[in-house]
Design a protein around this ligand. Structure first.
Ligand code: MD3
Ligand code: FE
Length: 216
């Protein structure tokens, strides 16, 4: 069973969120050092940057990308781009450990053959947050989204299909993997302001990897 490649001796638990979404608690724990090494390599080629919203505000998180497409935002809008606007080069290649982990995690919820082509890397320092939003810049919403949490814990805001529905707050921990697809793919979601703390591997930060199918 491929699941066992990524779980620590059967200690991963599946916590349902919605009908077609769940937390795989600790699913990436055994890979944490390898994932941090891959993030370090990505950041050497495509350094952290603070994006501007189309309305001209700075986002509080800093980001970079890996894969065929990277998520970008500026005065021209939110979109995926095949070239890093800073280096004018393709984004760093997606590490196999990420595409493999995403495919296996998606399969745990019944989403077969998920082939991620974009990995957005978000870095949160204490005091930073991400407001409620939907992910709808992808070509199609038929593929799921897989996210990997590393470093400090965060309160994930799990909203409804409309912005006005009050979100539930759910703690995401180092090593957690979350899968969203199907009817839950367009749910509103966000991250509450990150608290202070020190993580043994990452210090005073949280890094989230979001694996998506951006292209056709
Ligand atoms: C729920 N990132 O980058 S995990 C984002 O932790 C983003 O950095 C957060 O939301 C983070 O867009 C939350 C990802 C996530 C991604 C897609 C979703 C949660 C989702 C789609 C539907 C529902
Ligand atoms: Fe999102």
């Amino acid at each position: 069973m491929q699941h066992d490649l990524f779980s620590t001796n059967g200690s991963t638990s599946l916590i349902p969120l919605g009908e077609q979404s769940a937390i795989l608690r600790g699913y990436a724990l055994a890979l944490d050092q390898q994932l941090v090494a891959e993030i370090t390599a990505i950041v050497e080629l495509a350094p952290w940057r603070r994006l501007q919203t189309p309305g001209g505000k700075s986002m509080s998180v800093v980001t970079t990308n890996s894969g065929d497409f990277g998520w970008h935002s500026d005065s021209k809008g939110y979109r995926y781009v095949a070239t890093d606007p800073i280096s004018q080069k393709p984004w760093p290649k997606m590490p196999a450990v990420l595409t493999d982990l995403a495919r296996c995690a998606a399969a745990e919820l019944g989403f077969r053959n998920f082939e991620a082509d974009a990995c957005l890397v978000n870095c949160y320092k204490p005091g930073t947050q991400m407001g409620l939003h939907q992910d709808r810049d992808e070509h199609s919403f038929s593929a799921p989204i897989v996210s990997i949490s590393l470093g400090l814990p965060a309160r994930f805001l799990w909203g409804g299909k409309v912005r006005t529905e009050r979100p539930q707050r759910i703690e995401l921990l180092h090593g957690d993997v979350v899968v969203w697809g199907g009817v839950d793919r367009l749910r509103f979601h966000g991250i509450a302001k990150l608290g202070d703390g020190q993580h043994p591997l990452l210090g005073a930060q949280r890094i989230n990897l979001t694996l998506r199918r951006a292209g056709p």
